[in-house]
Design a protein around this ligand. Structure first.
Ligand SMILES: [Zn+2]
Length: 322
């Protein structure tokens, strides 16, 4: 598998300790030995996704600056983010994986999306850029970062050509505080935005319940392309979430793209998720055999999950053959 990577992705950093730091890529690369590394290209048109004002704001950053309470930038951020967009684009063309930063799925048209408190470490929306740059029709974005991809969903909220399936920890318990199943898109796009929730302390057995549902929606929509917004921060012990996922789930998520025109772009994942979740996801994409064992959730968590799922199915039945 082609992995798009450059040391340039390390030039966006903070002098203060931050979980979203260049070392993430070192850890991720060490888990992907044997894959073919290719250099990204740099693009110059982030405004096909973002407003001129927002692009200007990022371009004009001088020295180290905090854009908001979570998100830093430095004088290399703008250029690094352009390489991240180009990396996502190249990974799409090669049907590979973009090992890029800064991440993108929380970045909406004007920056913060759906009234989120912050940009959540993101600068430009890498996945949205691919869809716009290639003018993709009938594309499915599957976002399995533990946080809701509010930026991506906001950008495509009224676009019926983009099926956006976003699986995330219950937003009542985690950033960015939106991403409920009732958010289904608007106008002609109603129904093409699918938000699936996992309660805190949820594990592999709950994701496994979601796969038949996701498969049915994909079979109904029949996407020409699948792009994964690939976050590994739901891995047990990765640090920022309360989920307990293992290789088992990331492998199955990768399998959703197996044999299809698919590519992936790195979002979150800050520690063990990059070392163990990422290679499992790649194995799933490639269809390699494995013997991962699933981890189970506590019964109380499971019953809350099934309450959510019932409600989600009720909404989804209005739009999909599930
Ligand atoms: Zn995340």
């Amino acid at each position: 598998m082609y992995v798009v990577y450059s040391d340039k992705y390390k030039e966006h950093y903070s002098s203060m300790h931050h979980v979203e730091n260049p070392d993430r890529l070192t850890r991720a690369l060490s888990s992907l030995k044997g894959e073919k590394i290719v250099e990204p290209i740099k693009v110059d048109d982030p405004q096909i996704v973002h407003s001129e004002d927002y692009v200007e704001k990022i371009r004009n950053i001088k020295g180290e600056e905090w854009i908001d309470a979570d998100t830093y930038a430095n004088d290399k951020t703008y250029e690094t983010a352009l390489y991240a967009l180009g990396g996502a684009l190249k990974a799409f063309e090669l049907q590979g994986f973009a090992l890029v930063r800064p991440p993108g799925h929380h970045a909406g048209k004007n920056g913060r999306a759906f009234n989120a408190p912050t940009l959540g470490f993101c600068i430009f929306n890498n996945v949205a850029y691919v869809v716009r740059k290639k003018a993709l029709k009938h594309v499915a974005i599957i976002d399995f970062d533990v946080h809701y991809g509010n930026g991506t969903q906001e950008i495509f909220y009224d676009d019926p050509e983009v099926l956006h399936i976003d699986i995330h920890q219950d937003p009542k318990t985690i950033f960015p505080g939106t991403g409920f199943p009732e958010m289904v898109g608007k106008g002609e796009a109603e129904g093409t935005k699918v938000n699936l929730l996992i309660p805190p302390r949820g594990s592999d057995d709950l994701y496994e319940e979601l796969f038949p549902l996701i498969q049915s929606i994909l079979e109904d929509f029949k996407p020409a392309y699948i792009i994964f917004s690939a976050g590994f921060d739901g891995f047990k012990g990765d640090g920022l979430s309360s989920l307990n996922l293992t290789e088992y789930t990331f492998y199955n998520l990768g399998s959703l793209g197996k044999g299809k025109y698919s590519s992936g772009v790195l979002e979150g994942g800050y520690g063990i998720g990059l070392e163990r979740g990422l290679p499992a996801f790649i194995k799933g994409l490639k269809g390699e055999a494995t013997d991962y064992v699933k981890e189970k959730s506590p019964d109380s968590v499971k019953s809350r999950f099934f309450d959510y799922l019932e409600k989600e199915k009720e909404i989804l039945r209005n739009y999909w053959k599930i």
